[in-house]
Design a protein. Structure first.
Length: 594
């Protein structure tokens, strides 16, 4: 069956054929993305039981020998799958999907996608401090790219559907349709444009339905009912927001330094994940299994009150989790960073709650609220995605009553983090590779465009003020321009328009004494360093199509036309975002620089 032809027939019967077809494709991509996420989650649990004897080592603990052996062997296999066997020699993840949907030359090769997914499974199953969201986004995006390639879709449609496939995976895995959709829009695409919004939401909802059908309508994190005790409790959350922002900055600094340190270690890249395996194995042996894996079961225990930890133990877990996450990330184990940021945020919130209880025992009657809010704050500060994280925490925990403190805390955490790190963690990876540099006020190609870049120095018709009507008519007859510049002693006096000549031809009395000085109209002049914005404003205000360009002495040195300026602006915008109009994200395409 030709799926493409079938879609064409169906969409042809619907209004707005192209958008209808895209929405139909979003349903299909959402279903496949959701099913892929479910398969990954089930495989992840199975991998954990096979390697460590439990899918939740952070809560249940691991026998010493099995812990160290399982963690090291799985990390070794992780390096082979994700680094040694992939074409790019590194596991793919969220940054690569961002690069693809924003138009950078990053391939979504099915082989690398499958191997990266396997590496993520091995990393998480082996207890490394990683999360499932990275492999799930990569898996959903890769499958969507493969489908788009098979259907020979246009690049613009492909980019939207790749993001939609990733959204469906997140939505199915975390039972979070809003979170999945906004993750794709805010984190991956970086836009809430209408053309991307509808397909992404449709795919996210479809993925959620698939996830609920296969896994049940469950909460990603089973927390008790959380709510504020009193309005005065809100006084604690600005402090928590600042602390979470600082924790996010510390984490990003450690991630960066870990990657730099690995480059100095005399180990082949595919052996580097074993360092993380050794570390978590040793931590499990000394009773710090809380930092292993994604840590969701431990989070549920802490927030629900089943696991009671004092400030010293919470601080120790916070430090070791930071280190374990940095070691796993720097070694390119293949897991995601979202789950560790949630864990770090929860521990930070719980720690702030414990300290607050010492100072004001009745101020925060339910410390679990601080832990839940801290989860979203650290995750938002690292990913620069405040809207997504606010929605996801509410959906993942089923606690919508904490939205008010959640928003306050997330806002401050993001402000603190953004003051030091301009880009999100994911985008920074692309910037470091030289693949993605967003325009800034200082580097915006349109703002930097000057008259000197588009002016014409030679070839424009110019006449003396004494030129007769017949001379002017002859000039227009032999040239293509609709304007002639009148120049006296090198300085422009104004322009004579061809319409002025036509009107004068209808009135013989005007033709007898008419010359260039009498017919010309005074117009503004521009300098070579005049910006494109200023010239555009002049064209708009005067309704002119050309303007004289003068030097510092007022001497005519050229002309600038509205047509040439618009063309230069288009080229500048195209150079800033080259791929969205020309490149297709296809499986197996040559990899860009990394």
């Amino acid at each position: 069956m030709d799926v493409g032809a079938w879609l064409e027939r169906i969409s042809a019967r619907l209004p707005d054929r192209e958008r209808s077809r895209l929405l139909l494709l979003a349903v299909g991509v959402g279903a496949v993305g959701g099913a892929s996420a479910v398969a990954f989650e089930l495989s992840m649990d199975l991998m954990g039981r096979l390697i460590l004897g439990t899918e939740e080592p952070s809560l249940h603990g691991v026998p010493a020998i099995r812990g160290i052996v399982g963690a090291v062997l799985s990390a070794l296999a992780c390096g082979v799958a994700g680094i040694l066997l992939t074409r790019a020699h590194k596991p793919k993840g969220i940054p690569d999907v961002i690069g693809a949907v924003r138009g950078e030359q990053v391939d979504l090769d099915p082989r690398d996608g499958a191997l990266s997914t396997l590496a993520g499974l091995l990393a998480i199953g082996g207890g490394q401090s990683s999360g499932r969201e990275g492999p799930i986004v990569m898996l959903g995006g890769t499958v969507a790219a493969w489908i788009c390639h098979r259907l020979e879709l246009q690049p613009r449609q492909t980019r939207v559907l790749v993001a939609a496939g990733a959204a469906a995976g997140i939505a199915a895995s975390f039972n979070s349709p809003l979170g999945g959709a906004f993750f794709a829009l805010e984190v991956l695409l970086g836009t809430f444009a209408v053309d991307a919004f509808a397909p992404t939401v449709v795919a996210s909802v479809t993925g959620t339905v698939v996830g609920q059908s296969l896994l049940g309508d469950r909460l990603a994190l089973v927390f008790p009912v959380l709510k504020l005790g009193s309005p005065k409790e809100l006084l604690v959350y600005p402090v928590l927001g600042i602390v979470c922002g600082l924790v996010a900055l510390l984490l990003r600094s450690l991630l960066r330094r870990s990657g730099e340190l690995y480059e100095t270690v005399p180990l082949p890249p595919w052996l580097r994940p074993t360092v993380s395996g050794v570390l978590v194995g040793l931590l499990a042996m000394v009773g710090l299994n809380q930092v292993m894996g994604n840590g969701y079961a431990m989070l549920e225990g802490i927030v629900g009150g089943a696991v009671l930890l004092g400030p010293v133990m919470l601080g120790l877990i916070l430090v070791t989790k930071l280190i374990a996450t940095a070691v796993a990330y720097g070694g390119k184990s293949g897991g995601g960073i979202f789950a560790p940021t949630l864990f770090l945020g929860a521990i930070t919130g719980q720690l702030v709650g414990e300290v607050t209880a010492m100072v004001a025992p009745t101020l925060v009657p339910q410390p679990g609220v601080l832990a839940a809010v801290g989860m979203g704050a650290v995750a938002a500060a690292v990913s620069h995605a405040p809207v997504t994280m606010a929605l996801m925490i509410a959906e993942m925990t089923g606690n919508y009553a904490i939205v008010l403190p959640l928003l306050v805390t997330i806002a401050l955490a993001v402000v603190v983090a953004a003051a030091s790190d301009r880009y999100s963690l994911y985008v920074q990876v692309l910037v470091d590779r030289g693949l993605l540099v967003e325009p800034t006020p200082d580097t915006n190609p349109v703002q930097n465009l000057r008259v000197a870049d588009v002016m014409v120095s030679d070839g424009w018709a110019r006449v003396a003020p004494t030129a007769s009507f017949d001379d002017l008519a002859s000039t227009f007859l032999h040239r293509r321009e609709d304007e002639v510049v009148v120049v006296d002693d090198g300085r422009p006096l104004g322009l004579v328009d061809i319409q002025d000549i036509k009107q004068a031809m209808l009135d013989p009395s005007r033709r007898e004494d008419a010359n260039a000085r009498a017919l010309c109209r005074k117009v503004p002049t521009v300098r070579p360093d005049t910006t494109s914005h200023e010239v555009m404003a002049l064209f708009y205000e005067t309704s002119l199509e050309v303007l004289p360009v003068v030097d510092a002495d007022g001497k005519l040195i050229g002309m600038v036309s509205e047509h040439d300026l618009v063309g230069a602006v288009d080229k500048a915008l195209e150079s800033a975002t080259p791929a969205p109009t020309e490149r297709t994200v296809t499986p197996g395409s040559p990899a860009g620089p990394s």
